[in-house]
Ligand binder design. Structure first.
Ligand code: IMP
Ligand code: MG
Length: 177
């Protein structure tokens, strides 16, 4: 069977322009800060974080965190920390980097958990958000794009661990599953 390529939602060019714009804003907002710690949420963040971190003009450090994904959830909404940051974030300026906010459960959990460790500041930067799916009110400080309720893939995002390395953001429909 020939694998159908997912339809394009955002082209490589549109993505790169948006990432550069976010990079400019973040660099300006943190220009007075000694160091910014980017905490990427694995695995979906890896390409966005790689691109964004290279657009920044301020001193930054990269760290990662991993949260259980849908397939490992026993109860809907229940999340589990699989891997913690190496950095002790207390007193540091933290920017959480994630690929997408869907129900908002993951970002809500991360903001609570990392906020409890008393960082100097804590903000979120997310490439995509599905406003129609939001269940938890979460504040996103830096957002790439709002998108409709579609299953999107590429640019780090997967469907059953496929399509992550697509250079654009596409969407899959049930016949592609
Ligand atoms: P939330 O906790 O419901 O906001 O979901 C967050 C996580 O679900 C994201 O970080 C993704 O890993 C995954 N996810 C949600 N929607 C999509 C999608 O359309 N494509 C790929 N992954 C998604
Ligand atoms: Mg994710």
């Amino acid at each position: 069977m020939i694998q159908k390529q997912p339809a394009v939602l955002f082209s490589e060019k549109v993505i790169q322009e948006r990432v550069r714009e976010l990079g400019r804003r973040i660099s300006a907002d943190y220009s007075d800060v000694e160091e910014l710690v980017l905490v990427g949420v694995l695995r979906g963040c890896y390409i966005f974080l790689a691109d964004l971190s290279r657009c920044l003009t301020i001193p930054r450090r990269i760290d990662f965190i991993a949260i259980s994904s849908y397939e490992h959830k026993t109860t809907p909404g229940a999340l589990r920390l699989i891997m913690d940051t190496r950095t002790d974030i207390t007193g540091k300026h933290i920017l959480i980097i994630d690929d997408i906010v869907d129900t908002g459960q993951t970002m809500h959990y991360l903001l609570e958990m990392l906020g409890a460790r008393k960082p100097a500041s804590l903000r979120s930067c997310v490439f995509l958000q599905k406003p129609d799916r939001l269940e938890k009110e979460v504040h996103i400080d830096y957002l790439g794009f709002d998108i409709p309720d579609l299953w999107v893939v590429g640019y780090g995002l997967d469907y059953a661990d496929r399509y992550r390395a697509l250079p654009y953001i596409g969407f899959v429909e049930s016949e592609d599953f």
